[in-house]
Design a protein around this ligand. Structure first.
Ligand code: PLP
Length: 359
């Protein structure tokens, strides 16, 4: 029998949120709401959609692997040089490149146990080990991570998926100061726009910390999850290293052009952020009203403890046409993660919970 490398056999399958079509088919429903994968409930930035449509005439051409239009705009946004940026097929790809570029089989990477699973899978595929530390009071275990000065990569998810907990720029800066310079810090900021804090001065950070790689995505706030586009910001040394092993045409042309347009869509960005703040508050209050403990969220989802019947609740909601995410695969089987939806979507969920809990 054909067998893959030994390391590959140790990797658990990625478990995505369930899809709308899957649940429609299973429960014979005509309308299903998905609050399970932290996508933008307002859809896609209209400017990005218009740019995407225009690309249809150029689909026979290979994209430019360096995504020059997008990188130029990102360089202006972050006040960094072109050499400090790399675009990926989703930020997932940047995480993968980082692991492949820096981990030897004898190395290990550290991160949290209850966090985005790609840190572990990207690490394990290289043959290196992944140490997943327990959260510290449901927050990313920054103190614990510093106890592993020999780690080759430290993954930090801020805000953390799935808890939504967040550290200020000041705390992250202090943390970065304590990490040995021969250890790569991958700071995954997929949800950072939702945190409401000013963006950190990444231009200064990457100068001061040549071992820092920050990853960002267009999948959340900009509503481009289906196109697969994200990027990394780091010292030229790290970026050049990642570029050596990236597939030549890793991000596609429509994604590059749509992302560049989305960056300029102030209206859509503001609308999305406002809706998220309102919806997050509303969901938090209502869930607390049912007696559930809700973690303070700085992201576009909320995480709440349901208890032993979490899986049952998730299955019941699915049968009624609302998909949320149970967190067993994150090591939190009694918790669920709920993406903040539109006002109407959130109200549908709350109405079902009210019916169930008779409040
Ligand atoms: C914390 C975190 N990082 C990265 C990603 C991947 O984002 P992308 O769609 O850019 O690959 C996700 C996706 O859910 C995420 O939750």
């Amino acid at each position: 029998m054909l067998r893959p490398r030994k390391e590959i056999q140790t990797i658990s399958d990625y478990i995505p949120g369930k899809s709308i079509d899957e649940i429609k088919e299973k429960h014979k429903l005509s309308r299903v709401i998905k609050l399970a994968s932290n996508e933008n409930p307002l859809g896609t930035s209209p400017l990005a959609m218009a740019a995407y449509r225009e690309c249809a005439q150029k689909l026979h051409l290979y994209p430019r692997g360096s995504a020059p239009e997008l990188v130029k705009k990102l360089a202006l946004k972050w006040k960094v040089k072109l050499e400090n940026l790399i675009v990926g097929n989703g930020s997932d790809e940047i995480l993968d490149l980082a692991a492949r570029a820096y981990l030897n089989k004898s190395d290990y990477a550290v991160g949290a146990k209850s966090t985005f699973s790609v840190y572990a899978s990207a690490t394990l595929q290289t043959g290196a080990k992944y140490k997943g530390l327990a959260l510290e009071n449901f927050c990313y275990p920054l103190n614990g991570l510093l106890k592993f000065p020999k780690a080759k990569i430290i993954f930090v998810c801020n805000p953390n998926n799935p808890t939504g907990t967040f550290y200020s720029n000041k705390v992250i800066y202090k943390f970065l100061q304590k990490v040995p310079k021969n250890c790569l810090v991958v700071l995954d900021m997929a949800y950072a726009e939702y945190a409401g804090e000013n963006e950190p001065p990444l231009n200064r950070w990457i100068k001061q910390f040549p071992n820092l790689l920050c990853t960002r995505t267009f999948s959340k706030l900009y509503g481009l999850a289906g196109l697969r586009i994200g990027y990394g910001i780091a010292s030229a040394n790290i970026i050049n290293t990642l570029k050596k092993i990236k597939p030549p045409f890793n991000s596609n042309y429509p994604a590059q052009i749509a992302a560049a347009a989305a960056l300029e869509d102030r209206d859509f960005i503001e609308k999305s952020l406002k809706m998220n703040v309102e919806g997050r508050e509303h969901l938090t209050e209502r869930l607390q009203g049912f007696g559930f403990e809700v973690l303070p969220s700085s992201a576009n989802f909320v995480c709440t403890k349901i208890g032993k019947r979490a899986a049952e609740l998730v299955a019941w909601l699915e049968s009624k046409g609302v998909i949320i995410r149970q967190l067993s695969s994150f090591g939190l089987p009694e918790h669920v993660r709920i993406t903040v939806g539109t006002k109407r979507e959130n109200s549908t969920l709350i109405a079902l919970l009210t019916y169930l809990f008779n409040k």
